[in-house]
Every structure is written in structure tokens, then in C-alpha cells.
Design a protein around this ligand. Structure first.
Ligand code: ATP
Length: 456
């Protein structure tokens, strides 16, 4: 098996084993392109969302948070162009009848599964269609949104009327999106239900060809997107910017940059940044017959703003983080188990997730050295409560032996483990703190513990 395929399998299996991510509807054999997040996956995802919201909404004074519905009037999708054009080229093998997305095939002439010939190329619309209300006819059709963006465009006027913002300003939203992908694959990378984090940043339209004011905003947002990848601890060397050339951009985009990431299965799109001009607002104004222009007090002019859109896939972020964080190494038994003698201990293979403390599901785990000694447990519980008050993402673990607990915490990426042992109690000698990445332990006084952890 190729090394990278093996890595993906290891990540998928760790996610299941440790409660990050499970196959959707697993007990029924699954549903292709769906993934369920377990307790640790939710924690990781929420930490990412929090950092995103902080950088793009809370820390700024020009971006409004938003949360629009998944179901919208079908005219939204007619205006946006999704009903007419949100399609991928689909081919079906005449022999085995397997279906593929043509643009993703290396050899577009024959079926990769059986070598058979393809039938005609068909445009396959990726929106999930449904009916709203009890009547199932053409008037009740709606779609599960394939992007969060449109929910913001159709509320542009509401923001203007409620808040009277001056340009430039943005709207930001985190939410589910649905696409009936022809070939969901690569774990979370291409699924049929996923989450997006998107910003629509409205700017004044350029006055003429030489007016490059929009470039300034575009560059600023590009910088912020890159900075966000650092917030979540992604290795900067694996994040690449790709200028999407003329002819390959969406028809409404004047400039697009894809942020690509070195996933185990290759360099692929993680995020996108697009200058969408006034395409969306103009379309919605035309279809809804509602005026979506903006009156600029300063210049006393009325115009339709242009928009720059940073778009982030949350699940692709989770996958990038997991594949970046996955590590294997060897530690001596002494480093995983303080009860063992450093000299006779054998080296032991271990798996650990090198997650940044900012996004790790748990920041600290607290253990009693032994699980059957009430005096150790009581003290460990006391210290656990003390830390948890300051660092809520702290967990208590007294399952199995201490070596197993360290390995479990390593696998879920907990940066620090605190152990209460006999020295803590008998000699008042404090506790040990173990660093996930080096496996090294230091002894620290109880009253310095919380401060030290907060500092880290
Ligand atoms: P691709 O070319 O990979 O299908 P796209 O260019 O169609 O992606 P956009 O429409 O720009 O994607 O969507 C914005 C973001 O949403 C992407 O950068 C990606 O992070 C995420 N995304 C899109 N489709 C999926 C999917 N099927 N599964 C998970 N995330 C997705």
C-alpha cells in the first residue's frame, strides 16, 4: 500500500478509535459522503470555529456575524446561478455502470474500474432538491443550500437597514452546506454534507480600470486567511497560494486565490478567496425586484457594492489539522511511565497528535498514579477541580495503567498530563507534568501548577 494511503487509513482509524469522527449511519452500512463527529471531533471543530469567529468577527469592528437558514426560497438559487449552472460533468461506464466526475479522471477515455467505454457526458446538478410543505409539486421545490454565501447576500439590505454600516464592511457565517458530490472521497475532504465558514466583504466599486482600491482589501483578507492557518497551528510550509488563472475562475470572479494544503493524497484546495464583483447583489436585485444598492453619505452616490469572499471549509480544516498533527515515534518506557526504571525500560512505539494547545480537545489530563489507591484518587480529583476551574478543557483519567493513559492522551493530542503520585502525598513534593511531544516530565509544586499551565 502506498505510504500516503496508509497514513490516511491510520488517521481514519484513530478518529474512530478515539471518538473524533465516525462513518455516518455506520450500523446500517453507512451513507456515502457523510461523517459523524464524536465528542473529541466536536471539541476540535468548536475550537477551530471559535478561533475563526474571534479573528474574523470579534476582533474586528467591521464584520457582522450572521446565521441564515439552510432552506431558502428557490429563487435564491435561480438568481445565484446554481439551478442553471452548479453542475459537474458526469460520465457513466457502459460496461460496469459506475459513475465518475469526468474532470477528476486521469484518463478521461476509459473507466478506471473496468476499462470500459463511457457514455455521453451529462451535466449533473449537485444541489439536493426537496419539497417544503405538504404539497409536492413544482411550486414547493427548495434546495439544501450548497454554500452559506447566498444567505448573506439576501440579507444585505437587512444589515444596511438595521446597522447603517459604512463601507467597507463584512458579514460572516458558519454553517452547513450540502452538495450531492458524484464521487465523495478522501475522508472529510469531499463529503456531501459539510460546514463552511464564509465572509462576504462589501467594498466600494472601482471607479475605473486604474482604481485598484479593491486589491488592498483583497490582500488584507489574504493576509488574514494565512494568519488564521497559523492560529490553528498548521505548518506554514504545507500551505500554498495558487493564483487561479483566467479561464479557470468562476465566471463572476475577477480574481481568485486558492489556498492549497499538502494533504496525504496530494496538494488540494483548502480555502478560496474570490473577488466576486457585484455579480451576486445585482442578480438578487434583478430577481427579487428589491433595490440592493447602497447610498454612500460621503460621496452622495448610490451604487451596488462589490464583494470579496474568503471561503473556508471547516471539515477540510479538520482533516488538514489531523494529517499535519499525526506523528509516530519511539519513547523509552521510562518516559511514558514514571513508575518504571529508566534503565531497563524498552523503547516503545507510540502515536501522538501534535495539536496546538489552542485547538486540542483537552489541554490537560489529570491522573492518579494508581487507580486503586483512594488517597491518590482523592488528591488527583482535588487537583483536577483546581485546574478545571481555570482551564475548562481538562479531563480526569484513571482507567487502565498509567502507561496506557499516557498513550491515550498522546493519541488525542492532549499537550500536558499531570500525575499525582506518592511523593505528592507523602513528601508534599508536588506533581509531575508530562509534555506530550518530548515525553519529558518535570516535578512542580502544587501551588505553581495552574499558573504554569496557563502560561503554556
Ligand atoms: P472543489 O473544487 O474541491 O470541489 P470548490 O472550489 O467547488 O471545491 P467552493 O465552492 O469554493 O469549493 O467551496 C468553498 C470551500 O468549501 C472549499 O474551499 C472547501 O474548503 C469547502 N468544500 C467545498 N466542497 C466540499 C466538499 N464536498 N466537502 C468538504 N468541503 C468542501
Amino acid at each position: 500500500m502506498a505510504k500516503n494511503e496508509e497514513l490516511m487509513e491510520k488517521i481514519v482509524s484513530l478518529c474512530k478509535r478515539r471518538g473524533f469522527i465516525y462513518q455516518g449511519s455506520e450500523i446500517y452500512g453507512g451513507l456515502a459522503g457523510t461523517w459523524d463527529y464524536g465528542p473529541l471531533g466536536v471539541a476540535l471543530k468548536n475550537n477551530i470555529k471559535k478561533l475563526w469567529w474571534k479573528r474574523f468577527v470579534e476582533d474586528r469592528d467591521d464584520v457582522y456575524g450572521f446565521d441564515a437558514t439552510i432552506l431558502m426560497n428557490k429563487q435564491v438559487w435561480e438568481a445565484s446561478g446554481h439551478v442553471g449552472g452548479f453542475a459537474d460533468p458526469l460520465v457513466e461506464c457502459k460496461k460496469c455502470h459506475h459513475r465518475f466526475r469526468l474532470d477528476q479522471l486521469e484518463d478521461q477515455k476509459k473507466c478506471p474500474d473496468c476499462g470500459g467505454a463511457f457514455g455521453e457526458v451529462r451535466q449533473f446538478n449537485m444541489m439536493f432538491k426537496t419539497h417544503v410543505g405538504a404539497v409536492e409539486d413544482a411550486t414547493s421545490i427548495s434546495y439544501l443550500r450548497p454554500e452559506t454565501a447566498q444567505g448573506m447576500f439576501v440579507n444585505f439590505k437587512n444589515i444596511i437597514d438595521s446597522f447603517h454600516p459604512s463601507l467597507p464592511f463584512g458579514m460572516a457565517q458558519i454553517g452547513k452546506a450540502f452538495r450531492n458530490e458524484i464521487a465523495p472521497r478522501d475522508f472529510l475532504f469531499r463529503s456531501r454534507e459539510f460546514e463552511q465558514m464564509e465572509i462576504e466583504y462589501f467594498i466600494k466599486p472601482p471607479k475605473d480600470i486604474k482604481d485598484l482600491e479593491w486589491q488592498k482589501h483583497f490582500d488584507h483578507l489574504k493576509y488574514e486567511m494565512k494568519a488564521f492557518t497559523a492560529d490553528i497551528g498548521l505548518d506554514a510550509k504545507k500551505v500554498h497560494e495558487l493564483e487561479v488563472p483566467d479561464g479557470e475562475r468562476a465566471h463572476y470572479s475577477k480574481r481568485t486565490i486558492d489556498f492549497e494544503f499538502d494533504f496525504p493524497f496530494g496538494k488540494k484546495e483548502l480555502y478560496g478567496l474570490a473577488y466576486r464583483t457585484d455579480f451576486d447583489l445585482k442578480q438578487h436585485a434583478q430577481f427579487s425586484k428589491v433595490d440592493l444598492s447602497y447610498y454612500d453619505e460621503e460621496s452622495k452616490e448610490r451604487f451596488v457594492p462589490h464583494v470579496i469572499e474568503p471561503s473556508f471549509g471547516l471539515d477540510r480544516t479538520v482533516l488538514a489539522i489531523l494529517s499535519d498533527a499525526y506523528h509516530e515515534d519511539e519513547l523509552t518506557g521510562a518516559a511514558t511511565d514514571p513508575a518504571e526504571d529508566a534503565f531497563g525500560a524498552a523503547k516503545e512505539k507510540r502515536v501522538f497528535l501534535k495539536l496546538s494547545p489552542a485547538i486540542a480537545p483537552y489541554k490537560v489530563a489529570v491522573f492518579p498514579l494508581l487507580k486503586n489507591k483512594p488517597i491518590l484518587i482523592e488528591k488527583a480529583r482535588e487537583i483536577f477541580k483546581l485546574i478545571k476551574k481555570e482551564i475548562p478543557a481538562t479531563t480526569f483519567d484513571d482507567n487502565g495503567n498509567i502507561g496506557k493513559r499516557y498513550r491515550r492522551q498522546d493519541e488525542i493530542g492532549t499537550p500536558y498530563c499531570v500525575t499525582v503520585d506518592f511523593e505528592t502525598i507523602e513528601k508534599g513534593n508536588g506533581v509531575t507534568i508530562r509534555d506530550r511531544d518530548s515525553g519529558k516530565q518535570e516535578r512542580i509544586k502544587e501551588d505553581e501548577l495552574v499558573k504554569l499551565l496557563l502560561g503554556k
